[in-house]
Design a protein around this ligand. Structure first.
Ligand code: SIN
Length: 566
């Protein structure tokens, strides 16, 4: 990208030898489904430290309503789940990744049941399966109606805490991945972190697994928790990892749209249970848009809602749940939310609007979750494994987190075996000390930046301007002019924000958001076609020559491309 995004290697200058040092075999950054599953796997071969930016109940996973997609019914097949995943991915899925992840679903469900996860069942004790957009069958397992994520988080947390050799540091912010040199390919040796009580520390690790989640806060309207500030994407970029397919941002069709209400997700499972979308005159418009109507892939539904709202002069579209029997017991969390706004789903129509939901692009990984930076593995929403292609199929992300978390957690043992996955052509200073001696004193690393004047900067204003610009210009409907406008604004804000040295999380988050936003805007400008959840009004068709992954790396102005693995 432009120089200003690529100049900074670290958010702060530091001398590692002067900071408290902690050592571990595997450092896991992030404590949602992918991070915890990775930690459990890595604990089988060494010590693990898990960092959680907030507390363990505030992860994106804990918020998940829908469920876990998996072909567990005798009436369903893994092949059918694979087919639906590929169809949603619109030509950009890597087939091997799809086969591996979808194929492992039933085994992971059995494992979770063995670990005590409570799934919703019918009176005969059979697991109840929900239906969501883009799925040809009912295959979404869920817990407590609309609180699957909370139950999954509970079970994984319990299991992680019980694993020998795992330490969990809550409210601990990872600023940057540490590499011994600033050259691309320099191996990751851990991270510099900040904890409100302990301040800055360096955690030295033989393997680092980034599971830091998504980027919802890049957008004014989002279903994500406030912690989703794209930190992992930005820190991996600074460390020289390759990012892929950053234009693909998934917008969920239905969030509650009331003045004063946060953009709370209204799970797609409600449409799966029979809710319909109505225009302002009460007409069910989705039946004319797609043969699956309200259960079309969510890019189709989100785009149709936006067009419908424009057609009816800005009036809301409405979700009609009146035909759903037992709404309160099937979706207790949403029923309680609606009640707070005096909405009764048995009789009221619910105003809904799309919002940013999921970052499809991310740090490119191989089948074992390895990034192209030695020692760095990436799993969950921060990763781009090739599963989702140009659009994620509903409820495939918790599944991906489980499967890739386990794979990467096991694979990172290779960082301790001489001869395999040699982290660099010649061990860079510091690396040998860590992988060889394990407890040797780390070499000093000084970052290449000088403190600048902090100056007068209203960070809250930068953030909210960025989020509004992303929503307006890099949202559901994109054009060259809008994207160029967004890039110009982001460049401008970055000029006087990225050169500052901050000493608090909100400053670091804002810098991360600027880097990630610039990547999304630039990738969307490059992708002059419409595919999956990336809609270019000026290029409304798919372009076969762009049916490739676009790859972004620090120090490279234009993206490289990589063929899709079919
Ligand atoms: C939902 O509950 O609608 C969201 C599920 C998902 O994002 O996979």
């Amino acid at each position: 990208m432009d120089g200003q995004f690529d100049q900074r290697r670290y958010l702060i200058p530091f001398r590692s030898s002067l900071l408290p040092a902690i050592f571990t075999d595997t450092l896991v950054i992030g404590a949602g489904v992918a991070g915890l599953r990775a930690a459990i796997a890595a604990a089988s071969h060494g010590e693990v430290i898990v960092l959680s930016k907030g507390d363990l109940r505030s992860t994106n996973t804990a918020w998940a309503q829908g469920g876990i997609a998996s072909a567990v019914s005798p009436r369903d097949t893994v092949d059918s789940h694979i087919e639906d995943t590929l169809a949603a991915g619109a030509g950009l899925c890597d087939v091997d990744a799809v086969r591996t992840i979808v194929g492992a679903g039933p085994r992971h469900m059995t494992e979770l049941l063995g670990w005590g996860m409570q799934l919703d069942r019918n009176p005969q004790g059979e697991i109840l399966l929900g239906r969501e957009g883009g799925h040809a069958a009912s295959r979404i397992v869920h817990s407590n109606g609309d609180a699957t994520g909370a139950e999954l988080q509970r079970v994984l947390e319990q299991h992680t805490r019980a694993a020998a050799g795992v330490r969990i540091f809550e409210k601990c912010f990872a600023l940057d991945l540490i590499t011994p040199s600033n050259e691309p390919g320099s191996p990751v040796m851990g991270a510099i972190t900040h904890h409100p009580k302990y301040g800055l520390q360096v955690i030295w690790a033989k393997a680092t697994i980034l599971a830091s989640g998504g980027a919802g806060m890049l957008y004014r309207e989002t279903t994500n928790p406030t912690l989703a500030t794209a930190d992992g994407i930005a820190m991996a970029y600074r460390a020289g990892a390759t990012l892929a397919d950053m234009a693909f941002v998934q917008f969920h069709p239905t969030t509650l749209y009331l003045a004063g209400a946060s953009r709370s997700l209204i799970t797609e499972a409600i449409r799966g249970a029979g809710a319909h979308l109505l225009d302002a005159s009460g007409h069910r418009f989705m039946v004319e848009v797609h043969p699956m109507a309200e259960l079309a892939p969510r890019d189709v539904v989100s785009q149709a809602i936006v067009r419908q709202i424009a057609k009816q002069g800005g009036q809301n579209v409405l979700l009609d749940c009146r035909a759903i029997e037992g709404f309160g017991s099937r979706f207790p969390g949403i029923a309680a939310l609606l009640k707070r706004f005096e909405l009764e789903p048995a009789k009221d129509l619910i105003p809904v609007h799309p919002a940013m939901h999921y970052m499809v692009g991310g740090v490119r990984t191989d089948a074992a979750g390895r990034s192209d930076v030695p020692g760095l593995y990436v799993v969950g929403e921060a990763a781009s494994t090739g599963l989702h292609g140009a659009n994620r199929l509903a409820s495939n992300s918790l599944l991906e987190g489980l499967v890739m978390g386990e794979i990467a957690g096991r694979a990172c043992l290779e960082m301790r075996q001489p001869g395999t996955a040699d982290p660099s052509a010649g061990p860079a200073p510091g690396w040998a000390a860590v992988i060889g001696g394990g407890r040797a004193a780390p070499v000093p690393i000084i970052s290449d930046i000088r403190p600048s004047e902090r100056g007068e900067l209203d960070l809250t204003d930068v953030r909210s301007s960025l989020r509004s610009a992303m929503w307006r210009n890099v949202g559901i409907e994109r054009t060259a002019a809008k994207l160029a406008g967004a890039s110009e604004m982001i460049d401008f804000w970055a000029r006087y924000t990225l050169d500052k040295i901050f000493d608090d999380v909100s400053g670091w988050e804002t810098q991360n958001m600027l880097v990630a936003a610039a990547l999304v805007a630039k990738a969307a400008e490059w992708r002059r076609e419409s595919r999956g959840c990336h809609l270019r009004l000026d290029f409304p068709e798919q372009d076969a020559s762009r049916c490739v992954h676009d790859l972004w790396r620090r120090g490279r102005e234009a993206p490289a491309t990589m063929p899709v693995r079919t």
